[in-house]
Design a protein around this ligand. Structure first.
Ligand code: GRG
Length: 298
């Protein structure tokens, strides 16, 4: 498979995700119009759509139908978008730029940004609950539960709480890993978990192996994010660069330096690819996407 093949696949999934999200979000002229306009502003027209790409790539492994994968992908992207809106607010990271545009609280106001996050989170669960994403209703319930755990205090929101409490502290590598397994990793891991479950039943060993791959890719994503925050510029990232150091946040770069952080990312990538090799051709996109996540420039 050539790189061009992967790039075409990626554009195709990004486009179908954009269209599915545009359909899933309330129309901007439906009351309350300002809230709906702000929700669409937060979600549409930006972002790499890494989590939807992971859902679709993982769905390839179990032969999930694209329409089911769209639904899971949209639910996860809505949760991700909500987390970015809240993370950017003055009470958290206080940022003004996201995906190359003014952040939601800057473009609208703080109260609207808060409600956008709340409404996107609940819409995500509505979206994945109101149509069939699995042959088994029992499995679908399990998927909804998995998404709830990944988003809540034992997942992303909990990781964010640890992050806020860690400013100015010197964390060990194990503590940093614990924070990121939750803050960034949980939703990425759930993207693979949900994508796989949209298709046929896999064996327990296969599911456990793919879950491990999800955990590794989740951490890998954060290591690369820390490197980019230290090395890339604001225009390329579409968000404020250098914020971690400016805010005295512990990162893989502050702990290991760029060279060792890059080596760690490569090591994690090799581990994920090694596991995925056992799944053969159906895991091709997931392998290519793992390499993309390591090599990305934004
Ligand atoms: C507010 C509950 C709550 C959680 C916030 C994920 C998160 C927790 C905050 C985001 C802050 C941040 C920059 C984390 C680093 C990793 C990360 C999630 C980056 C943004 O994700 P990308 O690169 O963004 O996938 P795009 O815009 O491409 O979707």
């Amino acid at each position: 498979m050539t790189t061009q093949g992967f790039n075409q696949w990626m554009s195709h999934i990004q486009e179908r995700t954009e269209a599915a999200l545009a359909r899933a979000l309330p129309a901007p002229d439906i009351a309350p119009a300002r809230l709906h306009e702000a929700m669409r502003y937060a979600v549409l027209g930006g972002g790499k759509r890494v989590r939807p790409l992971l859902v679709h790539a993982a769905g390839d492994v179990s032969g999930g139908a694209p329409e089911r994968l769209d639904r899971a992908a949209c639910a996860i992207e809505m949760i991700h978008a909500y987390s970015l809106v809240h993370d950017d607010m003055p009470c958290m990271d206080d940022d003004t730029l996201r995906r190359g545009k003014p952040t939601v609280h800057v473009q609208f106001d703080d109260a609207t940004a808060l409600l956008v996050g709340d409404a996107l989170q609940t819409l995500a669960f509505q979206h994945i609950a109101e149509a069939q994403v699995s042959d088994s209703p029992q499995r679908q319930l399990g998927m909804i539960r998995q998404l709830a755990i990944a988003s809540g205090s034992r997942g992303m929101a909990g990781g964010q709480a640890i992050d806020l409490a860690s400013v100015g502290l010197q964390l060990s590598l194990a503590e940093l890993e614990f924070m990121h397994i939750h803050k960034t990793g949980a939703l990425i891991r759930a993207s693979i978990g949900l994508g796989v479950q949209c298709g046929r039943d896999l064996g327990e060993d296969e599911l456990a192996s793919l879950d491990h791959v999800g955990k590794v890719i989740g951490l890998l994503f954060q290591v690369v994010d820390d490197i980019l925050d230290a090395e890339a510029d604001t225009a390329t990232l579409g968000k404020t660069a250098g914020k971690d150091a400016a805010n005295d946040k512990p990162t893989y770069v502050s702990l290991l330096g760029v060279t060792r952080a890059r080596a760690l990312a490569e090591e994690m990538c090799a581990e994920a690819l090694d596991r995925l090799a056992a799944f053969g051709q159906p895991a091709r996109r997931l392998s290519e996407l793992t390499r993309f996540i390591v090599q990305r420039q934004f």
